[in-house]
Structures are given as C-alpha cells and as structure tokens.
Design a protein around this ligand. Structure first.
Ligand SMILES: [Zn+2]
Length: 261
C-alpha cells in the first residue's frame, strides 16, 4: 500500500464525490490517515475511518490556527482518542504565521491546548500529529516546539511533524528527539525543502497530500486528493536517490510502525 500520512478526506470539499475519490485511492493502492482540525471534523474523520477500515484511519484534534481553540474540550478529545479507529492525536501544535494583535496571549493559548493534546496522546498511547508553522523567514514556532518536546517526548509513542518547513538545524534537533516528518505536494514544484529532506534519514520520512490543499504536479491548482500521493512518493524517492518501490516499501513500514496499523 502507498500511504498518504496526512489528508482531510472528511472535509466538505469531498461531499459531492467522496465515493469516487475513495475508488481512485483503491485503484492506486493508496491508504490515508484523515486528520481532524476541530471536534466536529475529528468526529467525521472517525466515521469515515469506520466505514473504510481497510484504507482509512483517523487522527483527532484541534488545529492551532483554525479558530477552534476556544471551543477545545480536553475530555471530549479524550473520548475521541479512545476510539479504535483513532491512530493519532492532532493536528495540534503551534502556528505563528499570522498571530495578529495579542501575539503573546495567542501563543500561550496554543501552547496550553497543544500540551493538552500531548496529555491525551500519552494516556491513549497514540502518536501526536503536529502542525507547526513559524513566522515567515524564522524558526520561531519550531524553537518553541523543540522546547516543549524536550520535556514531553519521552512519554510519547511517536511524534509526526507534518509538512516540515523549518531549517536543517531544527530538523537535526527534531531528529534527535525521535520525530518523524511528512512532506507533501509542494516538494514536486518547490526546491526549498531539498536540504532538510536530504538531512532526514529515510526511515523518518513519510509522504502526505494534506488534501484538499496544495496538489502536486501534474495536478497543481486543482483540488488535491489522497490518490495523488503517488506523485509525492515519486519525488521524495528521487530526492533520496532510491527507486519508487524502495521508498514506497520503506514508508509503508514507517507508517505501520508510527500509527500502529
Ligand atoms: Zn492538515
């Protein structure tokens, strides 16, 4: 199976043709972890994973920048985390890209909610799916992520840093902390991530689509979908200097270990 380690197949973007999108995944031998961004979308992710247990798994959590932080409820997340189809907790984390007026208060709120996700993941024995986005041209959110993980990582099963955009130095710190990384469609048309991809051992890398966002070449500019992960795998294999088959087999092993599937 070729894995898309991070998609959002439960979002309304697929409400009109989800069965066709899932049929295309099947014909390409693609499986995915569909990721919640708030309570309702996490519930929808679980329902979708229940309906297609052979190729869809769920991650449950609240995104740091999608406006759901005020409604975040740790007890409700704990209930979702206990669901057998939940293989990860997230996406959760720190997003400093557009902090606005009350930057310090927003950062504190994000860190509090992120730590709550970490507690839930620890209790459930499940992997943490991290969203971390710094202010443009800086590593600020990653530096805070490293500080949090230095304290919390030993109690966690695995940590996946989704769509890593940080520097090689930050990548090295996160590798030392035992993190895994996902890269998506952007690697098929931007060369900004080649240095960190080269620095990360192949067994710590997974492919993702983040569908419906940012489709890979040759689908660029259209709605993304998990079946397109094949293009991401092709590019990552090339960047790591291995065959498609070798990269695909390696990442399948990684995904199965990280998510316990
Ligand atoms: Zn996402």
């Amino acid at each position: 199976m070729t894995f898309d380690a991070h998609s959002h197949l439960q979002l309304p973007e697929y409400d009109t043709d989800r069965p066709e999108v899932i049929a295309r995944m099947r014909s390409r031998g693609v499986g995915t972890v569909t990721v919640g961004v708030d309570h309702a979308s996490s519930e929808a992710a679980l329902a979708l994973a229940e309906k297609h247990p052979d190729i869809i798994w769920a991650s449950v959590g609240t995104h740091p920048a999608d406006g759901g932080l005020d409604a975040f409820d740790e007890a409700a997340l704990e209930r979702q985390a206990a669901h057998p189809r939940a293989v990860a907790i997230g996406e959760c984390g720190l997003d400093y890209y557009r902090l606005g007026e009350d930057a310090e208060a927003v950062k504190k709120k994000q860190a509090d909610v992120f730590r709550a996700h970490i507690r839930v993941a620890e209790k459930a024995g499940k992997t943490v799916m991290v969203h971390c986005r710094p202010k443009k041209g800086t590593d600020d959110a990653y530096e805070d992520l490293v500080t949090i993980l230095e304290a919390e990582r030993p109690r966690l099963k695995c940590v996946v840093v989704h769509f890593f955009v940080g520097s090689k130095e930050i990548a090295e710190k996160l590798i030392t902390l035992g993190c895994h990384f996902t890269f998506g469609g952007v690697v098929t048309f931007a060369r900004d991530y080649d240095v960190s991809i080269a620095a990360i051992p192949i067994e710590r890398i997974m492919a993702e689509t983040d569908a419906p966002f940012v489709a890979p070449v040759p689908y660029r500019g259209t709605r993304n979908e998990p079946g397109y992960v094949v293009e991401v795998v092709r590019k990552l294999a090339e960047l790591k200097g291995v065959s498609f088959e070798a990269f695909q087999a390696r990442t399948e092993e990684t995904v199965r270990a990280v998510f316990g599937i």
